[in-house]
Design a protein around this ligand. Structure first.
Ligand code: NAD
Length: 264
């Protein structure tokens, strides 16, 4: 990743930050756009630890003026981008019949349109500098149309299916500009978004750990190798693809999860 700069939306914490750290460890510079006032403290150590450049700009990916001016500002400092990861996202977990208009519009706005407009800004920039690049979108196991037991994520599922739906058309349309577009679909990953599993819903955490064929819940570091791969030239023949990383949960539930007393 040397001599490359990757823009990461939602890179201020959680999965997005883990991706920033992985890029820095591989010698790449990172520019973050995030709604948080400031990123996690460790972000500020990346420059001195890995000898790279980092840039942070507060932005709301749902607001045109905010997104465009923050993009312009980090671009001015970074000079050019060769990669982009759209990790900014929010979740909503409640029964379908309790979903409300405004909160649903917010979820679609952040997850689907925030990804769309960021990708458009980035594609225009990569097309202008002529070198192309790689765009990686963070979708979700939820995009596969799967209802996870005990969770009710209707509008979130829909927003992430929209992200997946964007990958194919962009991959084809942007290929002649040497821009590759792929997504990853993580399963349950411990992050600030899912921290409540530990504190408020430990039974759910246990259920996920038991249900996954690989018998554990994910951590952000489970996702960083595939994102680094997709950002690098090692994946130069890969575009329009989605990579599902769930500990096997998208394929089925661990056989040992079904206890004899459950089937009796
Ligand atoms: N944690 C999981 O189990 C899981 C699973 C699959 C997919 N994902 C996806 O991975 C991505 C990262 O999630 P995470 O678990 O690290 O959550 P997180 O809440 O820790 O991080 C999300 C980041 O997005 C930022 N953000 C939210 N709204 C924004 C906006 N309007 N403008 C700019 N930034 C905004 C937040 O400030 C935060 O830094 C999300 O897209 C999420 O949907 C998470």
């Amino acid at each position: 990743m040397k001599n490359r700069t990757v823009l990461v939306t939602g890179g201020g914490r959680g999965i997005g930050f883990a991706i920033c750290k992985a890029i820095a460890q591989l010698g790449g510079n990172v520019a973050v756009l995030d709604a948080l006032l400031e990123p996690v403290e460790e972000f500020l150590t990346l420059e001195s630890r890995y000898g790279v450049k980092t840039f942070y700009e507060r932005a709301d990916v749902t607001q045109q003026a905010s997104l465009e001016s923050a993009f312009k500002s980090v671009l001015k400092q970074a000079r050019s981008f060769q990669g982009c990861v759209t990790a900014a996202g929010i979740a909503l977990d409640k029964p379908f019949l309790e979903h409300q208009w405004e909160e649903c519009q917010r979820v679609l706005s952040v997850n689907a349109l925030g990804t769309f407009w960021t990708a458009k800004l980035m594609a225009a920039h990569m097309s202008n500098h002529g070198q192309g690049g790689s765009i990686v979108m963070i979708a979700s196991i939820a995009a596969q149309g799967i209802k996870v037991p005990e969770q009710n994520l209707a509008i979130y599922n829909m927003s992430k299916a929209a992200v997946r739906g964007l990958v194919g058309p962009l991959a084809v349309e942007l290929a002649e500009m040497k821009i590759r577009v792929n997504s990853i679909s993580p399963g349950v990953i411990l992050s600030p978004m899912t921290n409540a599993l530990k504190t408020e819903y430990p039974h759910l955490l246990e259920m996920f750990e038991n249900a996954a064929p690989l018998k554990r819940i994910g951590v952000p570091q489970d996702l960083t190798p595939i994102v680094s791969y997709l950002l690098s030239d090692a994946s130069s023949f890969t575009t329009g693809a989605d990579f599902v990383i769930t500990g096997g949960m998208h394929a089925g539930v661990s056989p040992s999860y079904v206890k004899p007393k459950d089937v009796a």
